[in-house]
Design a protein around this ligand. Structure first.
Ligand code: SAM
Length: 243
């Protein structure tokens, strides 16, 4: 079973949290449904159970330990996972933290079709989906500045991720950028983009993954001021002309 690939202490030692039996079963179902959907939807290259545990389950949760262990920032945080793909990091977060409402956003219709079926099959009440581009959502009155937390992993460069994420976050909320390698020079290069978007780097956590010792960084960007209305720029522009 995927959640049992590692001793319970490893969850506790590395995340300060461990799943209940019910959550372990949900992780197992998530693994099985992802594998089953892979042939039709080409979701992920990660199919080995230990690799799935480390790269999809553990890594997703490692960026959100502040939701697992502390009092929640607000009683029912609204969270958006931008460019969720097969549902990471959003689905493990929704399983681990049922008080958090997670919106899974992706521009690829077929991935979202898979996620809708999976959410229904798993009976998840705190996860929902949107098919759209982050640029469109960030410019829509309905969604702009309406989330407490934005998560974004493996979508684009850091400044593009910030331009996708910060407009969607409320003032006082947090955008979490999941990165691999990260340097002080990259932080310095990101600062001008953040000041244009109304955010600042609150914290950077660096860690290694527990099985393969792969290097990871999480950037926690605090939204300190409303994002000016010109951001995010229109479809494709953040990538073509990064801030
Ligand atoms: N976050 C997942 C993960 O870490 O496993 C998936 C990463 S996948 C490499 C990048 C995903 O971002 C793709 O599913 C793609 O469709 C989506 N994406 C890229 N640009 C986007 C945008 N502007 N708005 C919404 N989704 C986007």
């Amino acid at each position: 079973m995927v959640a049992n690939q590692l001793p319970t202490e490893l969850w506790q030692d590395t995340l300060g949290w461990q799943p209940s039996l019910e959550q372990q079963q949900q992780f197992q179902t998530l693994y099985e449904l992802t594998l089953a959907g892979n042939s039709q939807f080409n979701l992920t290259r990660i199919t080995d159970p230990r690799e799935f545990w480390e790269k999809h389950l553990w890594d997703s949760l490692r960026g959100t330990t502040f939701l697992l262990n502390s009092p929640l920032p607000v009683p029912h945080p609204q969270c958006i996972d931008i460019g969720t793909g097969a549902g990471f990091p959003g689905l493990p977060v929704a399983i681990a933290q049922s008080a958090t409402k997670v919106t899974l956003l992706d521009s690829t219709r077929k991935k979202v079709t898979f996620l809708e079926t999976l959410i229904a099959e798993m009976g998840m009440k705190n996860a929902t989906t949107i098919v759209d581009r982050a640029e469109n959502l960030g410019r829509s009155l309905k969604y702009r500045q309406s989330y407490d937390i934005a998560l974004i992993r493996a979508v684009s460069s850091a400044s593009v991720c910030a331009e996708y994420a910060l407009p969607l976050v409320k003032v006082g909320g947090l955008a979490v950028l999941y990165r691999g390698q990260w340097t002080a020079e990259e932080s310095a290069a990101l600062e001008p983009a953040l000041s244009q978007l109304g955010g600042e780097i609150e914290k950077i956590e660096d860690f290694v993954t527990p099985l393969t010792a792969s290097i990871r960084h999480c950037l926690y960007l605090r939204k300190t001021a409303p994002t000016p209305h010109e951001f995010p720029r229109g479809t494709g522009i953040p990538v073509q002309r990064p801030l």
